[in-house]
Unconditional design. Sequence first.
Length: 514
Amino acid sequence: MVAAEFSQLKQQLDQARLTHRDTTLKSRRETIILKRLISRLSIACRGQNAELDQKLTLLRNDLEHNKDVSKLIPRLAVVERMVIRHTAQMDKYHARLNEQIRNSGETLQRMSGLPAQLKRDLRNLLQRPIVDSSDNISRVIRLVDLYERAVKLISTNGHEGTLLKDSLDTDMQMQLTNELQHLITELDFDSESGESLLDIRNRLLLGVDAQTLIELALETLRLVLDGTHHERRSSQKFLDQVNSDLATLQKTTNQSFSQGNSYFDQRRDMTSEFEGIANKVNAGLEGHANLEDWRKGLSHLHAEMSSLVDRQRAMEAREQTLLEQLQYNENKISVLYEQTLDYRRRLNDQEKRMFLDHLTKVYNRAALTDRLEHEYKRWLRYQHPLCLAMIDIDHFKDVNDSFGHLAGDKALKVMAKTIQKQLRDTDFIARFGGEEFVVLLPDATEEERSSILQSINDAVGELPFKFKDSQVSITVSIGATLFTESDTPNDVIERADKALYHAKDSGRNQLIWI
């Protein structure tokens, strides 16, 4: 009995020793891990604050040589308070840094004459969302790089502004050339001004120097004024002619109406006279058994009837003239209707051209604004799904730089047509600007939206572009979003633009939803 109890007690003691050993080993491993973590954190934080660096260095040395961590608790508490104060200071520092980055970026943006690509890179930098405080370092490096590029542009060639001016002139020249071509395409003058404008557009397509461009711009303005004056005179002449014809028609119609009333009264009188003769004939037949006795009366009635017949024929001739006048009026009205219909058709054609992009033949930004407002109102009322996607050609500047702007224009045309083929009849596409397109997908399910946008991405990537005997692969990045909650059109466009930025920042040639 005693032996059994002793054996049981021995087993319990052995189990207690094993448990204590395991606990000690676990505690020792945790202590080692804790020491290693604190040491690595102190190294990672080095350089932030001189006093904090000194405290962390002493703490790291003590951890490496002191096995009892509990004795270091007071020193750890001191370091903790210093870290908290340092963190608060760093938060303020990062807030000021963010503000300084924004202010510096806006200052750089306001500098006149910077190349369009530099301004676009700067805009992307300022719009890029901040992931964490360490992201500020890369943003500062990028901002300094943009500043360096701007300074080099200003200071190159030995005197301030020479290269900047050249860059500015090039950008403005290209912009003015595109705007002039767009303006001429939208105009539809039938006069000599229209033919002269078409000649100018053909010269612009071939490319001109700065001096010639200025001369063509001035000539375009003069031709636009001449064409506008001609159109105004033609419109005034057309309206005067229409007004004169309508006045003549009104006058002849009133005369015809009066004549018609007069002829009606005359016919009514003649009908009464015919009725009176018929009554006399009937009375004579009843009152005279022998017609020989009534011969004289019949002769008189015959004379009255002959007179009525002559008057009837004269009336028919006048009515025939009236019918011819009415036929003339009808023909005149038909001609006026055709003229006004043709005029309206021309106005409608001009209006359509105003809403079409002159290069790609899809809708332009003005049409997008109008359609987006319409779809937005429908979404507010019915809450049907409404998707907006922004599509941007990847590395489009490289195409222009390597193969010329005519190659870039060709790519834009093919791209617009390809995108349009992937859309449904109820969908909408517009050129947003440059190499960017906007697509609206109303009332599309999630599966339809993803399928359409992915098919756009795939179809563009499979296009066989060939420039100067070189096969070029062109891809697009797509940023898409849905109208939700209290969105406005501007909110959705900004969100789609951010999604597009993420797609480009993530390697391009992909679709990103936000």
